[in-house]
Ligand binder design. Sequence first.
Ligand code: FE2
Length: 186
Amino acid sequence: MATRKQLPKYTVPSLTPEEGAQVAQILQLRLHALNDLALTLKHIHWNVVGPHFIAVHEMIDPQVDAVRAMVDVIAERIATLGVAPTGTPGAIVEARTWDDYSLGRETAIAHLGALDEVYQGVITDHRKAAEDVEELDDVTNDLLIGHLHELELFHWFVRAHLESSGGELSTAGATTERGAADKATE
Ligand SMILES: [Fe+2]
C-alpha cells in the first residue's frame, strides 16, 4: 500500500500533479519515520531503569509530544498536496528501511547511547528529504527544516549526557544501537 503510486486529482498551486505526488511520496516516508520515532521514544520512557531514571523518563515526554505534532503536520501536508496519507502500523513496517529499536529494559545511559544512534538516522534522512524537495516545493522544505530545528536540539539533549568535559562523545564510531549502548556504558 505504501509504495502505491497516487497521482492527485489536484495539488497546491504552481505544482504539477506529478510534482505533488513526488513531494507527498517523500513526506510519506518521513511520516513513517516520525510515527516510529514517537513510539520508540515512549518505549524508552517506559523501559529506562537505574540512576538518572527520572531525568531520562521525564526528558522523553516533551520529545514525544513534539514529534507527534510533527507527524500531524506532515500527514496534513500530504493531504494538502492531494494525496492520502498512510498512518497505519502495518504500512510503517512494510515501508521502513530501518529495524525496530533493539533495547528493552536497560539503564539510562544505555538507552541514551542507542537513542543517539536513532536520532542520527532520523535526522540524516530528514535532512536528505528537505534537500530532495528544495527545488520542488519551498513550503514542504520549510516544514522539514522547521522539524530539524527541534530534532537536532533533542539530539543534543541526548548527546549532552554522553559527552565528556573535553567534548568527546562516548558513542563515537558506533554504527548500531547496541554498539552505541555498549560504548556509552563502558
Ligand atoms: Fe508516562
